[in-house]
Design a protein around this ligand. Structure first.
Ligand code: ZN
Length: 81
């Protein structure tokens, strides 16, 4: 069975799911029940350009962006200490 990768639009949770080709893809995130979209493959994702992703990110998830920045800061400070 092929493994599909999904990314949550809301909390940016990334997960893999083993599915049959004719199986219905999940529509909601197992973590926050936000909307998920399929990540075709890492290579295709990069080739498409980060453009649409960055726009999407900036437009929709202002809350998420702040949260993630805070997380990054935390990780950074814990690393340096
Ligand atoms: Zn989520």
């Amino acid at each position: 069975m092929p493994i599909y990768e999904y990314l949550c639009d809301k909390c940016k949770h990334r997960f893999e799911l083993m599915q049959r080709i004719d199986e219905e893809p999940p529509k909601t995130c197992p973590r926050c029940r936000g909307r998920v979209h399929k990540v075709i493959s890492p290579a295709a994702f990069v080739l498409k350009g980060t453009g649409w992703y960055a726009t999407d990110y900036a437009g929709k998830g202002k809350k998420d962006t702040t949260q993630e920045k805070k997380l990054e800061e935390k990780t950074d400070s814990s690393k340096s200490t």
